[in-house]
Design a protein around this ligand. Structure first.
Ligand SMILES: [Zn+2]
Ligand SMILES: [Zn+2]
Length: 315
């Protein structure tokens, strides 16, 4: 059974009600140090490397190419496909979405989806894993909350019953296998630009540039863009929809988040494959999904209904 079919069988929206409050997961906390620490060190190393050896066109191409693949893997794959089931895909496409998203190194697909569904079920209230609401008392409360919503939450992930949050994925053998090889996909995401850097330049310098820019610095940049949608996207920006949460559209973040930063649009209509609710709103992920639909590579795409979204010229 495809992941999408499994999703339909068990329902698309997360269970509402009271949040599950478990202890802080020590394993997830250790993993967070690696998830945050390694790309940060890599990004610093990439800058030092560029100061010594320059920033070549191949470095830039590998950074841009790997960023494009993995940002679509996160926004199109982990988010719109696996978390919200906004379209269906056969096993090969399901695997490609999972691998592209896993190469972003933001955690295995089941973890990512479970956390995101919790975010939607309890947005900006008790139970939301990464709401940037003010934390504690005093002048720094807002700043502490913003940091928590950005990356601090990764160190405070609570023990959860992942099967309850993502039953459709847990029951899907293909998705569980892809989830199990998460570390392998992350390493593939580092090996690919390294190999390409070497093949394109024939030098060790090209390979190291590929690893640092197309691999580690790329992970660092996309991490902070994704996390900014969680932190800034619930703090600053416009709110065309009066949703019950604090979600906002943040246009300057849109190109980097490949459309994910139309975050108020998304919270208003989370099951849609498109975040473009106005003709002028650029949503690269939505466009890619539409092209894949035209090519017959995905199906059951949930397009916005002209009557249910604001603005004219809805995609
Ligand atoms: Zn949100
Ligand atoms: Zn979502």
């Amino acid at each position: 059974m495809s992941a999408a079919a499994a999703g339909q069988a068990v329902g698309r929206e997360p269970e509402k009600g009271k949040p599950e409050v478990g202890e802080i997961d020590a394993g997830a906390r250790r993993f967070a140090y690696v998830t945050v620490g390694v790309p940060t060190s890599g990004a610093v190393a990439a800058v030092v490397f560029a100061m010594r050896y320059g920033f070549s066109r191949v470095d830039f191409a590998l950074l841009a190419g790997m960023y494009a693949v993995t940002s679509l893997g996160i926004e199109g794959g982990f988010h719109r496909f696996f978390s919200h089931r906004s379209f269906s895909a056969k096993p090969v496409m399901t695997s490609l979405w999972a691998i592209a998203g896993s190469m972003a190194a933001q955690g295995p697909v089941v973890f990512w989806v479970a956390i995101h569904r919790q975010h939607h079920a309890f947005t900006d209230r008790e139970g939301d894993p990464h709401s940037p609401r003010p934390l504690g008392q005093g002048r720094l409360a807002r700043l502490r909350g913003l940091w928590h919503g950005h990356a601090g939450w990764l160190f405070k992930v609570r023990r959860q019953n992942w099967a309850r949050l993502a039953p459709d994925l847990v029951r899907n053998r293909l998705v569980m296998r892809l989830n199990q090889y998460y570390v392998g996909w992350v390493l593939l995401g580092l090996a690919l630009p390294t190999l390409l850097g070497w093949l394109l330049t024939g030098t060790v310098r090209g390979a190291v540039g590929g690893l640092l820019w197309g691999g580690l610095a790329r992970i660092f940049l996309l991490d902070h863009v994704t996390w900014s949608v969680n932190s800034i996207g619930h703090t600053l920006g416009n709110r065309p929809y009066r949703t019950r949460d604090g979600s906002r559209n943040v246009p300057p973040l849109v190109p980097f988040s490949v459309g994910g930063a139309w975050h108020n649009n998304h919270h208003a209509r989370p099951s849609l494959a498109h975040n473009r609710h106005g003709f002028w709103q650029f949503d690269p992920t939505g466009t890619v999904i539409r092209v894949l639909d035209k090519l017959g590579l995905v199906s059951d795409v949930r397009y916005p209904d002209r009557k249910t979204v604001k603005g004219k010229g809805v995609a």
